[in-house]
Design a protein around this ligand. Structure first.
Ligand code: ADP
Ligand code: MG
Length: 486
């Protein structure tokens, strides 16, 4: 079946997850959808699979426009999707799950389904016992079950969203060879992944998404270099780094390991000097989140030592770190940083409690007014924080940092901000660095890291695999490293 997506848009409020995507998938091919986390891949596939409605755009199947509003509706047209989290019912047996939701053959007896399941499994190289509860299957086996179910339900286009996450190397081989044989039979496979090596290994054609748009397509033979530049962009950016002279030690992690995140953090040794600006690059969950929280005293490492300044702070908590001038700002402005439903004044009252029992509302409101003026926040003391735009929430958060921090730990400090706000934030942070504060920040924008950092640390799978100066690297080399291709 020919699939054609024309000018697909999908907005979530002000977030434009897809902005005008065109895509063609030919029958009998494996088509890769490649892109960094947040590029809009899952959104596009959920639209194609009827899981979420599109904002606008057209879907053509074999040249005719179709409209459906549910996964079942899409499956009736031959489009089936395997989600990142399998949708099976753990208490039911493999066979019962296989039969559940079958569009076709609802009236056939159990034995017919059993025979069909076994036949499909044999053909695809899957080893599933029809009678065990689905809850006992591994992630890879649940995928196999779902693939068999979709095929048996008449799927002619199979979409797999990040299918190699959480499965073993052996299961990946089984999966890939099954997908090849399905495609050889004339069906199409759409493989969604941020893992370049998986996509390159399996696909006939690749479409790359970045920030909600298609940045390129490519057929075999692939050029890794070209794919990386489509994924991460490669426009050279002018350096706005002010090149601080590093001073005394601000932070020293000595062979630190910790659980947490997807990968935790393993055997990490890093020195940070006063006045240094350090960018952390890596796919989400590669260890940079854990690194920042260890440096903030929020996660205690189970091995290694943490020094702030010259003090050994291993095992101490967030408040002890704070008293040495450490300030941490998490990524999710409205979850960890700001409190939904409270106004700017109420945040000031919370922040400046100072151990008093009574809130000094006059003082808090004056404080709110001062912060709004100094940090140019478009809002009033009475504005609930969720009514502020992302850029203004970020300004407000910066306003709540201590006045003279020694070590600033910032998670994605400019995520979702327009360019003007990005520059405003960095001008502000740069002033802290010039005073001698060390700044460690994570960002998914490699261009931003190259532009503002004195050093960049690249995280992959819980390890720091690169520690470089921006002048010795570029966005392509960094992109290659964070995708696990050195
Ligand atoms: N249900 C949702 N509500 C709000 N924003 C969403 C929703 N789903 C995705 N997004 C946003 O849309 C963008 C693209 O997300 P997604 O399609 O999941 O990317 P990918 O699969 O490429 O990692 C991201 O900024 C994400 O935060
Ligand atoms: Mg996704």
């Amino acid at each position: 079946m020919n699939v054609e997506l024309i000018d697909i848009h999908k907005h979530f409020g002000s977030v434009r997850a897809n902005s005008g995507i065109d895509l063609k998938i030919l029958p009998g091919t494996i088509h890769g959808i490649l892109g960094e986390n947040g590029a809009g891949k899952s959104t596009l596939m959920k639209v194609l699979a009827g899981f979420i409605p599109k904002t606008r755009g057209t879907i053509l199947l074999d040249g005719s426009e179709v409209g459906y509003s549910s996964p079942e509706g899409a499956l009736r047209h031959g489009i089936g999707m395997l989600y990142q989290d399998p949708l099976d019912f753990p208490p039911l047996s493999v066979l019962e799950n296989f039969m559940a939701g079958q569009v076709r053959g609802a009236t056939m007896g159990t034995e017919v389904h059993r025979a069909r399941l076994l036949e499909l499994c044999t053909g695809l190289g899957f080893k599933l016992d029809p009678d065990v509860p689905a809850g006992r299957l591994t992630v890879g086996e649940r995928q196999q079950l779902e693939l068999a179910r979709l095929l048996s339900s008449g799927a002619r286009v199979l979409i797999l969203d990040e299918p190699t996450t959480g499965i073993s190397g052996l299961q990946k081989e089984v999966l890939f060879s099954a997908l090849k044989s399905i495609a050889r039979g004339g069906r199409s496979i759409v493989l969604v992944s941020h893992k370049l090596e998986d996509i390159e290994a399996l696909c006939d054609e690749i479409t790359v998404l970045r920030e909600g748009i298609v940045t390129g397509t490519m057929e075999r033979p692939f050029s890794t270099q070209a794919l990386l530049s489509m994924m991460f962009g490669s426009e050279p950016s002018p350096a706005i780094r002010s090149g601080h002279e590093p001073g005394a030690q601000a932070l020293y992690l000595d062979n630190v390991s910790a659980p947490g995140g997807r990968a935790g953090l393993a055997e990490c040794t890093v020195h940070v000097s006063r006045g240094e600006v350090i960018g952390l690059a890596g796919l989400e969950g590669s260890g940079q989140e854990v690194f920042l929280r260890i440096a903030a005293g929020l996660i205690r490492p189970h091995r290694g030592r943490v020094h702030v300044g010259r003090r050994d702070m291993t095992g101490r908590g967030y408040h002890a770190f704070q008293s040495l001038g450490v300030a941490f700002q998490p990524a999710s402005r409205l979850e960890e940083g700001l409190i939904r439903g409270l106004t700017v004044t109420e945040h000031c009252a919370l922040g400046e409690g100072g151990g008093q029992f009574m809130v000094q509302w006059d003082t808090a409101e004056q404080d709110a007014r001062d912060k709004i003026r100094k940090f140019q926040v478009a809002g009033t003391p009475d504005s609930p924080v969720e009514s502020l735009s992302g850029g203004n929430q970020q300004r407000l958060l910066l306003a709540f940092l201590p006045e003279e921090p020694e070590l600033l730990l910032l998670e994605n400090p400019t995520r979702g901000l327009d360019l003007e706000s990005v520059h405003w934030v960095w001008d502000h942070l740069d002033a802290h660095a010039s005073r001698g504060a060390a700044i460690v920040f994570s960002s998914s924008e490699l261009d931003e890291i190259l532009m503002v950092a004195d050093r960049v640390l690249v995280f992959f799978d819980g390890h720091i695999i690169k520690d470089e100066r921006p002048e010795d690297t570029d966005a392509l080399a960094l992109g290659r490293a964070i995708a696990g291709k050195m």
